[in-house]
Design a protein. Sequence first.
Length: 446
Amino acid sequence: MNNLFFSKLKIDNRIYKNLKGLIFEFFSRTTVQIFFFPLMFYIWGTEYTGVWIFLTSISAFAAVTNMDPGEFTRQHMILNYNNKIENQKIYSNSFVITLINSLFFFLLVYFVNLIFLDKFTITKDISFKDLNVYIFIIALGNTLTIISNYFLIKFEIEGKIFIKVNLINIFFILNRIVPLLAGIYSNNFSNIFYAYICLQIIQLITFLYYSARIKIFFKYSDVSIKYLKKIIKNSLRYYLINLKGLLSIGGLNYIIGIFFNAEILAIYNAMNVMFKWFYVRIIGIVHTIATYEIAKFSKIIKKVKSLNKKIDIFSYLFGSILIIITLLFGELFFNEWTSYNFEKFENIKVLIYLITLEAIFYVLCSNELIYLKAVNKIKSIAEINIIFESISLIIIFISLLIFQNIMIVITIQIIKNFILIVINKHYKNKHLNFTNDQKSKKNKLR
């Protein structure tokens, strides 16, 4: 009885620490973002600020090529926590793939941007020599971040998500403070980039130092073609799920940009920030914690089902609160936040309601994937999700050729998410029932 009590206390304490770390990250990042832009404008002016933001985001397009093995590696090692030999081999081989992946990422970001960036209007006043240095630094900085983050997988395996979150959060804040300090002590724009790369090197060293506390390290002798193939094959499944998210944001914005003016694109993205991504990020905190807990107790089906039920209840409850607030104050909050720049936009209220509904469906769709992600069983469902995402974008494009109405975009997104909720739930329940049946058969044999 005492062992059971202390075991539960340990689990509750882990969840509390992880939850506290994630909530602190959410609010600290939000606060930093609120003050960062006004301070950048004050210190560097609008032109330099715009160039800095543009150049630090140039690697975003290359995210579609970033087949990060971290997600599969993390879940596989949690599921095989007691198999030290297997985990050692997975960690070493996954690190090799991370290095190769980061090198490819660097070359793509650097050379592609080197060819095209000097032709952009926003960089026309920067000399080619300086631009070359800036692009190299940004590409190298992003590459170092990919490698740095890999070391933090160790903390997630131990269930210490809060340590990973706190370390990343510290450097997120520092990455916002450094450009401001560089501007206070110097008016040389290049100093921002030199300070930035120094910070990325410090981040790499810091993450490596702290991760050394957990005794699992890279061993060249563990590297094998068999494990490299295994990791690449399984990482591809997570890549497809992440690609779905990139298409639903970047791909959709691209299509909207073809058919509508900048004002429509601005109002659509502003509404998504206020009425969708805030809700998605709050639920994302729950997803992060639940993914570890489900993997840790994957063989206890009753506990897994209970966790899934709690996630759904929280999502519905928070979603209901969001709907009520949106119905009562949504338009007022949005107009105040955007300084009434979109006050005269037609059907603004309907657009807010539709985006709120789409947000709820998006979260419920993601809820059904938590279990399958946690136990590394997302191959088929990942393929289905990316197919549906691609089809929905094609349908949106064709529909906008006929009816140029932004409401159609969100309506199709709602229908797509509803269909995926049903399909994802079917696959989740199918696997849960199969696992339960297998467990029952084993108990009977005993």
